[in-house]
Design a protein around this ligand. Sequence first.
Ligand SMILES: Cc1ncc(COP(=O)(O)O)c(C=O)c1O
Length: 387
Amino acid sequence: MAARRGRHFLQIPGPTNVPDRVLRALSQPTIDHRGPAFAAIARGAFAGLQRVFQTTGPVVIYPSSGTGAWEAALVNTLSPGDRILMFETGHFATLWRQMAERLGLSVDFVPGDWRHGADPDALSAKLADDRGHAIKAVAVVHNETSTGVASRIDEIRRRLDGVGHPALLLVDTISSLGSIEYRHEAWRVDVSVGCSQKGLMLPPGLGLHAVSEKAIAASRSARLPRSYWDWAPMLADNEAGFFPYTPATNLLYGLREAIDLLLEEGLSNVFARHRRHAEATRRAVRAWGLELVCCNPEEYSSSLTAVMMPIGHDADALRATILERFDMSIGTGLGKLKGKVFRIGHLGDFNDLMLAGTLSGVEMGLAASGVPFTPGGITAALEYLAS
Ligand SMILES: Cc1ncc(COP(=O)(O)O)c(C=O)c1O
């Protein structure tokens, strides 16, 4: 491969680009995780995360990927055979369902076409049928990273409230936290599941929860086996700024710095920036004459855009060309969308000129790969960004 100059463009929808300030924070010396200096760092990270999740309740930080935090949400709150309602919004919802089944839960999986979010009407119908309250939890992926579709969690909450259903609400915020408006407390979510490598602009390695009092109460009687993921020792030790096992010390330095960055910008500005970049990207896609995966404008994702390839053209061949020619990584199609879809990540530490570069790489890649498209997507995006 020819020598590379300049920065690689990491435009997958996570892991995302890590800002220089965070990289510098990560490179500080590792310290004693049972000493007083560490406790101050951990407390700062918990307080900052509460602001990002928009909660005053407990947050939990695991040394794990997002998948670990998924498992932790289930095993802390549910018992073998419990009924859980999940929605087939895409690849990640399908993986979470598989996990729930492997853990011995009884999953009611509402079918979906991978182009729409969790259907509030389908939820209402399921809840209306469940007068005996057999459904113990409703689990939704807020931002389905495989499709670029964001489910309406506030509406899901309203539907649960509408019939007074007591099911726990578990939400995967993995690719929305820090990029798309998310309100753990106001939406009365019971467990919000996040991780470090998306909107929080950190490397992979932290799994996150925001937890409600109701979820903690459920954990006292939940009987799925748990040890590493158990909230009880975690929350007890966290009170003093410590962990029941060795935490990811350096990632916590980075987390504190990343939260400072988000709060300095202001969360509402962060969300507006993501919305604007997403809109510019969609304008480019439409001008190219390509189709968005997301069908419903109310469910457009601000953190990524998934694009259908014209029939007969392979998305992974396009991605390989873009990587080889322009040193940019864009997201692959996942699960049943493999080869059919590519995904443009526009979340995290990202600005107008990075988006211009990203869209230029895609447009040049489309041309170099012989994919039929109408040139001018970049111009459509730039006009929007300049307006
Ligand atoms: C929405 C969503 N949920 C869960 C996961 C799994 O997270 P991880 O790969 O960190 O285990 C991902 C990963 O991209 C995701 O996008």
